[in-house]
Design a protein around this ligand. Structure first.
Ligand code: NAD
Ligand code: UFG
Length: 330
């Protein structure tokens, strides 16, 4: 069984990737400092997969510790999910974001090179696209012009990776640009579980459903969209996880750098998401309209045709299924 390291593997996306890797005959090795996750995730992954999970409590900026792990365990490829991800927090603490996200990537790249591991998948984001473009967004669309430190860390890391493959032909790098990952494994045992106050739509809806938040604020009602609220491309996290495996399997990690969008290609508005949640969970969500959130775009959705064609991947779960799975964690 080939070992695939997942940095940030105890987090939301990394933990779902671990399931998908097992399902496809790979052995995930989790590397995480648990700054935004809990060690109980490991136990729950073991219940879901019925396998022993190897994990290391490590800050991947710690090169000494990281390289010792690469020495101990042979590594086929790395999925690099570790990073801080709150846009709002990044505006308050830009240095921490640059240090953690870019610092950890540089540390990882150096340890990989020293260990002769050259296959890397990087968790990037739709946030790298320049906003003023026709939809759907394609991988060839313009990037940059980003308005917050979090997005800039993703953009800068992408540039670093692009320079790296030009300077050293041994690297196989895949940049996965996630649109809006939602939902959870159908067992309900693992989920998006940020430690601080959530910012994203679904975690906020869940908090309202669980009566941990009194009301959902809907940011803006006069966008030029189907119903005036923001439109996003919501992708089930298990589809996203399968996308990572699709980049790895069938010896697809050939040398060079490739970029893939991961989304459904369909946009849903905030009101549609609320209605779908209500319909499929049976829980009503009280909400009020407030002013637009700074930095939000009206609409964002992608073309995932490149992943569909080149990786033989396609999304399987729609918004309805995402909500049915969310019901399991309520
Ligand atoms: P998450 O916070 O749930 O997971 C990230 C994990 O990385 C956490 O478990 C955290 O403890 C760990 N981590 C952070 N810094 C670390 C370090 N220096 N060393 C070791 N571990 C560290 O976030 P997620 O939603 O799973 O996101 C994973 C990646 O995908 C992130 O890079 C994020 O920016 C990117 N991304 C996420 C979304 C989204 O909506 N969830 C969208 C686009 C891109
Ligand atoms: N929204 C609300 N109320 C909330 C939270 C969100 O109305 O309490 C709305 C937003 O205004 C937006 C939509 O719900 O229209 C989705 O918002 P999210 O915060 O869930 O997602 P974003 O698209 O804003 O952000 C996501 C990732 C970021 C990434 C960004 C751009 O979470 O990390 O996409 O790619 F930077």
């Amino acid at each position: 069984m080939k070992n695939v390291f997942i940095t940030g593997g105890a987090g939301y996306i990394g933990s779902h990737c671990a399931i998908s890797l097992f399902k496809n005959g790979y052995n995930p090795i989790i590397l995480d400092n648990f700054s935004n996750s809990r060690s109980s995730v490991i136990k729950n992954l073991e219940i879901i997969t019925d396998k022993k999970i190897t994990f290391y409590d490590v800050d991947i900026r710690d090169k000494k510790k990281l390289i010792s792990i690469f020495k101990k365990i042979s590594c086929y490829a790395v999925i690099h999910c570790a990073g801080l991800k709150s846009v709002a927090e990044s505006i308050r603490r830009p240095i921490d974001y640059f240090d953690n996200n870019i610092g950890s990537t540089l540390s990882l790249l150096e340890c990989m090179r020293k260990s002769n591991v050259f296959k890397l998948i990087f968790s990037s984001s739709a946030t790298v696209y320049d906003n003023n473009q026709l939809l759907p967004l394609k991988e060839t669309n313009k990037t940059g012009n980003i308005k917050n430190p979090y997005g800039n860390t993703k953009y800068i890391i992408e540039r670093i990776l692009m320079d790296l493959v030009k300077s050293d032909y041994r690297w196989s790098i895949r940049i996965a640009r996630y649109f809006n990952p939602i939902s959870n494994h159908s067992s309900g045992l693992i989920k998006e579980n940020p430690k601080g106050i959530p910012n994203n739509l679904i975690p906020c809806i869940i908090k309202v459903a669980q009566k941990k938040l009194p009301i959902l604020k809907v940011f803006g009602k006069n966008y030029k969209t189907k119903d005036g609220t923001g439109v996003r491309d919501y992708i089930h996290v298990m589809d996203l996880a399968d996308g990572h495996v699709a980049m790895i399997k069938n010896n697809r990690l050939k040398k060079g750098l490739k970029i893939y969008n991961f989304g459904t290609g369909k946009g849903s508005s905030v009101l549609e998401v609320i209605r779908s949640f209500e319909k499929h969970t049976g829980i009503l969500i009280s909400f009020k309209f407030t002013k637009r959130r700074t930095g939000d775009v009206a609409e964002s959705f992608c073309s995932a045709n490149k992943a569909i064609k080149e990786l033989n991947w396609k999304y399987r779960y729609d918004l309805k299924q995402a909500m049915i799975d969310i019901k399991k964690i309520l």
